[in-house]
Design a protein around this ligand. Structure first.
Ligand code: BGC
Length: 350
């Protein structure tokens, strides 16, 4: 009897060891810990992958440091990762390490941001980034009643990181809604700064956005010229605009501009509750993490990967799954963010 028990135990140990050895390993490479967004994505991805039985190696590339991201990816390959899930800092900076991954048969899923100029990526999971910009632009059009001829109103723009391909989609999506009103004079960009390169914000930095907005306010709005809109591509840049406005003496209420955002960051939701930001876009990072895990599951199971779009990365049409971004403001945030369990009411309280 003892012998049988010993045999069964040994067998169980062997099976566990084999099972562990066979658990697929996923390397998750996130850009920075300094923005709330990526802490959430990293945490949800890790939790979802581990729940699905994967071994996970999660790394943050310092504060958006490209060489660190490359080094971390190289280590993940050395450590035997079967799949890499990457949110790239610079969309064109990972070509060499990804070429190695491809040679090793390691699959690559772009998470939220596409990686450009390479054939060494396999799939892309993101939100419809052009639609994000469209929602922001349409919000400005509707709030100012531009379709009925209202205006003129003064508008300034703050776009995202030129190294992040998403930033162009957000900006182009927003411009697709407001451009006709800039052209016909219902919207006036007093600074004249509308080119993406001029309004872009390296690293999506709040401080950089704020510094540019400080300058714009001082140069163009100091003498009482009304500022009606600051169309910002996301929350970290919107926070820069808000800081600059508050520092220049603007107060919530009449005379305070419309400020758009994206991500429903806690800091921006608090600003929305105080009337210092007008709206944001909710991209439920739980949904995106689950989608990325589904894609990896299908790749490793050798079954068809569900996609609903393609995004060209200058080399090929990368099979893509777009999730839907949602409008968020003071009127729907409870249902969207609190009732759904994304935040607790306490997290958004002052
Ligand atoms: C993401 C945004 C985010 C921005 C800054 C973009 O790639 O899609 O949600 O606000 O990066 O981190």
């Amino acid at each position: 009897m003892k012998k049988v028990l010993a045999l069964v135990l040994t067998l169980m140990l062997v099976l566990t060891a084999v099972g562990t050895a066979m658990a697929a390993k996923v390397g998750i490479s996130m850009p920075t810990k300094s923005l709330q967004r990526w802490n959430e994505d990293g945490a949800y991805l890790q939790a979802e992958f581990e729940a699905a039985g994967y071994e996970v190696e999660l790394q943050y590339a310092g504060d958006n440091d490209v060489p660190t991201q490359v080094a971390q990816l190289e280590t993940m390959l050395l450590n035997g990762c079967d799949v890499l899930v990457i949110t790239a800092i610079e969309s064109t900076a990972l070509g060499t390490v990804l070429a190695t991954a491809k040679e090793m048969g390691v699959k690559v899923v772009c998470h939220d941001r596409i990686i450009m100029d390479t054939d060494a990526v396999d799939y892309y999971a993101t939100f419809d980034n052009f639609q994000v910009g469209e929602i922001q632009g349409q919000y400005v059009v509707d709030t100012l009643d531009l379709a009925n001829g209202a205006g003129p109103f003064n508008i300034e723009f703050i776009a995202g990181d030129p190294g992040d391909n998403n930033a162009y989609y957000f900006y182009d999506g927003a411009q697709s809604k407001v451009k006709e009103y800039l052209d016909n004079g219902q919207l006036v960009c007093v600074s004249g700064q509308t080119d993406f390169d001029v309004v872009a914000t390296p690293s999506w930095s709040t401080a950089t956005a704020q510094a540019r907005m400080d300058d714009v306010i001082a140069a163009f709005y100091a003498g009482g010229t009304p500022l009606d809109v600051v169309l910002c591509s996301n929350d970290s840049t919107a926070q820069g605009a808000t800081n600059a406005l508050v520092a220049a003496g603007f107060e919530a209420g009449e005379g305070y501009p419309i400020i758009t955002g994206q991500d429903c960051d806690i800091a921006s939701m608090k600003n929305i509750l105080k009337g210092l930001q007008s709206m944001s876009i909710f991209k439920d990072t739980r949904i995106l993490a689950a989608r990325t895990v589904t894609i990896v599951n299908s790749i490793l199971a050798g079954v068809e990967v569900e996609t609903n779009a393609v995004v060209n990365n200058n080399v090929f049409d990368v099979p893509t799954y777009y999730s839907t971004p949602l409008f968020a403001d003071i009127n729907n945030y409870v249902e969207l963010l609190i009732d759904s369990g994304y935040y607790t009411a306490d997290q958004l309280a002052e």
